[in-house]
Design a protein around this ligand. Structure first.
Ligand code: UGA
Length: 451
């Protein structure tokens, strides 16, 4: 394979969140992308330019790319591997019950690659796989193929946040390439090169013209550790601020002022320090557990990372305690409304949503739980059939004895409380509610982290 501007790229697991954003992103950089997934339903929708995964702007770009024939979708893995100079692997690595990542999908893809590669192919692992997995993949491929001649394996972790995946793709804080061969590293650099190009940035509405994009070439283990350490660090910021919020509440502090105050130190900054019910979603918890398991397997006691996880596991109870203070210990037939059902704002993803976990717990206690979300009502309803979901915010507010705000969607900070019964009690875990409005309408409230 020679270095050039446009590559034939295959994406395996292309209908999942990471796979889809990667497929669309790479196609828009001018590469010819064939995106494969076993989920035929999603593939058929994607062929028509429709995505089950919500990401702002994605469907528009997708339709253009399909029309211009930069991207196509298939459920056929053989066709994808044969088509490609470079195969990105973005299949899932869910947590097993013991905290390790489930490698079965990765292994099955590696076996397919071993059996089907018929020309030099670079295999790029996007999925967050345990350290050591790159060697496992290499070993599987080496059963029939020669490393360096028939294939190379590269680790290229992703740092996309759900809800701003396209912005993150076009403006990455860094591109990490973990490779053992200079050639494969240079091809990966070439693939991402348009992102650094001034003309591309000017043309692309998602690009921030001033963003400096660093590309780090390193070994595969270090590349994977960058990914795990980044997510563990982000998780530790959340557990840290949740713990400070708990202490602040006990001693009579105001968490918003505290965050502002500590954030003024440029070494700390105030980003990613929002307290709440803890970190949910498909990544932080899973990756943190995998890192802890990795350290245990290597006889290293990760005291701090265990603490981060423990605080997160306790955090939901803080909200339940607040509910019990208002309603007493029996929640039977009490009406509780939850605002924000996805695992965070700006997405329809309810996987590992702590809002859903809270709803299930309250329902088990006999409470009547109504939930609101801008994007995830259908998805949430599928997770818990006794959860009453509604897109009508006023309905949800009017039915409740307690309203709990769980994500920072703007509409929740702009609620008009004038029509809501003063008997309603508001628990705001995000510190976004308009307190003077609540007080004006004699509505009682509790803001997490603030006395
Ligand atoms: C996270 C990382 O932020 C991405 O960099 C990474 O690529 C991704 O995981 C991944 O490994 O795939 P994501 O899970 O989409 O991204 O969402 P975040 O915005 O990080 O939020 C995770 C959880 O933390 C959510 O439940 C959110 O509500 C919570 N959170 C976040 C807080 O409670 N406070 C904050 O200040 C920020």
């Amino acid at each position: 394979m020679k270095k050039h501007n446009s590559y034939k790229i295959g994406v395996i697991g292309g209908a999942g969140y990471v796979g889809l954003v990667t497929s669309v992103g790479l196609a828009s950089l001018g590469h010819n992308v064939l995106s494969q997934d076993l989920n035929l339903n999603r593939i058929n929708l994607l062929k028509k330019g429709k995505s089950e995964v919500y990401e702002e702007g994605l469907e528009n770009i997708l339709s253009d790319l399909i029309f211009q024939k930069f991207i196509n979708f298939t459920d056929n893995i053989e066709e994808t591997i044969r088509h490609s100079d470079v195969v990105f692997v973005a299949v899932g690595t869910p947590s097993l019950s013991d905290g390790r990542a489930d490698m079965s999908q990765i292994i099955s893809v590696a076996e397919k690659l071993r059996d089907l590669i018929d020309h030099y192919t670079i295999v790029v692992v996007k999925s967050t796989v345990p350290v050591g997995a790159i060697e496992v993949i290499q070993d599987i491929l080496s059963e029939k193929l020669s490393i360096g001649e028939d294939f190379d394996v590269v680790s290229n972790p992703e740092f996309l946040r759900e809800g701003s995946g396209l912005i993150d793709f076009y403006n990455p804080s860094r591109i990490i390439i973990g490779c053992n061969s200079e050639f494969s590293g240079s091809v990966l650099r070439e693939i991402y090169k348009p992102l650094l190009d001034r003309e591309f940035k000017v043309r692309n509405p998602f690009s921030n013209k001033n963003q400096i994009i660093e590309i780090l070439l390193t070994d595969p283990v270090s590349a994977q550790m960058v990914k795990y350490a980044s997510n563990a660090f982000l998780a530790s910021r959340i557990s840290f601020i949740n713990e400070i919020a708990g202490i602040s509440e006990k001693v009579g502090g105001n968490i918003s002022d505290i965050i502002y105050g500590i954030g003024l130190d440029p070494r700390i900054g105030s980003d990613y320090l929002k307290p709440g019910i803890g970190f949910g979603g498909p990544c932080l918890d899973k990756d943190l557990r995998a890192l802890i398991t990795l350290s245990e397997e290597n006889y290293f006691d990760s005291v701090m990372l265990n603490g981060v996880l423990r605080r997160n596991d306790l955090q939901l109870q803080e909200v339940i305690n607040k509910i019990n203070i208002v309603l007493g210990s029996s929640l039977y037939k009490h009406r509780i409304s939850i605002l924000g059902l996805a695992f965070k704002e700006g997405t329809n993803d309810v996987r590992h949503s702590l809002s859903i976990r809270l709803a299930k717990f309250l329902i088990e206690q006999g409470a009547i739980v109504t939930g609101h979300d801008i994007l995830a009502t259908n998805e949430a309803a599928l997770m818990e059939d006794k959860l009453i979901v509604s897109e009508n915010l006023n309905d949800v507010l009017n039915q409740a004895e307690i309203v709990i705000i769980l994500n920072s969607e703007k509409i929740y900070s702009e609620i008009n409380w004038s029509n809501i019964s003063p008997k309603t009690y508001v628990i705001d875990t995000r510190g976004i509610v308009n307190i003077s409005e609540l007080e004006k309408h004699s509505i009682k409230y509790d803001v997490l982290g603030t006395k």
